[in-house]
Write a protein that binds this ligand. Structure first.
Ligand code: GDP
Length: 299
């Protein structure tokens, strides 16, 4: 099994465990369907997904009484059908340059690490990348991004703690234009506690960007920590209201049994999920592959 499955072992184990013993080659009667639905809910797939899968199972005409495997197969297919529409890679358009990717998310979600991983992947694809340290709220955030930039070997625009994020973004776009850099990845402050400040800041960044490059930001990526389960879902809702989120990255799927949250997010919001984080190094951002994930989650 590949590394992705390895990374999702805990998630895989969870639904498996929750389903084990439910199907014993007997008829899938209401009582068993109820228990399967419950198992899906406690595995973080969400009530809507659980109801959908229950419905499909109840309508399926099995040739014989279903085996555990047959049921899991149907569950995996159903999960895949929910995940496939959101499995959208983060595409970089050819024009205009630079393409600007704004990265948002609460502190601790894995925002900085995800920026580093994205930068690394783009460098591997021969793009020119620059980072902008727009999280001026925390000195540590600036330093951390600078460390990553050095390690990956990409330039970075940074200012002082408490500085103006929009002016850093402005400098970043100017510099990219001068240097012919393809992609500017912008870190932002993750202050969800103060929504109006966050909104003002994002609005200001947008305004500055819009003046230089009318279509920018080309992508607004919300980074979510899978280990927070339901919290990740409410963050999609809240950030969705204050920023025009164009896609998601879900991190820390390696350390959690809560990978089912990917399905809940896909079902509830339908936003593209560009990639998943399965570790702390720059090599640990993986494309979102609906079939692989469906199989991992279905166990
Ligand atoms: P930020 O505050 O949102 O910028 O979050 P950071 O990027 O600093 O990440 C917070 C912590 O989570 C750090 O210790 C990271 O190494 C860790 N982290 C980030 N992404 C992942 C991931 O995909 N898997 C694991 N296991 N840890 C991660």
């Amino acid at each position: 099994r590949n590394r992705l499955f390895g990374g999702l072992q805990k998630t895989s184990g969870k639904l498996s465990e929750n389903l084990t013993g439910l199907v014993t080659k007997a008829k899938l009667d209401d009582a068993i369907l109820d228990q399967i639905e419950e198992a899906l809910i406690i595995s973080d797939l969400g009530p809507a997904t659980a109801a959908q899968i229950r419905e499909t199972l109840s309508k399926t005409r099995f040739e014989k009484n279903p085996t555990d495997d047959a049921v899991r197969h149907i569950i995996a297919d159903e999960i895949e059908s929910i995940l496939a529409p959101v499995a959208v890679p983060l595409e970089i358009d050819a024009f205009p340059r630079p393409q600007v990717i704004l990265v948002i998310g609460v502190n601790g979600s894995g925002k900085t690490t995800t920026i580093a991983k994205l930068a690394h992947n783009y460098i591997e694809e021969d793009y020119g990348v620059m980072l902008a340290a727009g999280d001026t709220f925390r000195a540590a955030a600036i330093g951390q991004l600078q460390n990553w930039a050095e390690r990956i070997g990409v330039p970075i625009i940074a200012g002082k703690e408490g500085g103006d994020a929009a002016s850093i973004v402005y400098d970043g776009v100017k510099k990219c234009t001068q240097d012919g850099t393809d992609i500017l990845i912008v870190d932002t402050a993750g202050r969800l506690q103060n929504k109006s400040e966050l909104m003002d800041e994002l609005a200001k960044i947008r305004k500055v960007l819009g003046r230089l490059n009318p279509a920018a930001p080309h992508n607004v990526i919300l980074v979510l920590d899978a280990t927070t389960g339901q919290n990740a879902l409410s963050q999609i809702e809240i950030f969705g209201k204050v920023a025009n989120v164009t896609g998601l990255v879900m991190t820390k799927l390696d350390g959690t049994a809560r990978g089912g949250i990917l399905v809940a997010a896909a079902k509830q919001f339908g936003l593209p999920i560009h990639a998943i984080g399965i570790g702390e190094t720059m090599h640990d951002l993986k494309p979102f592959n609906a079939r692989e994930l469906a199989e991992a989650i279905a166990g």
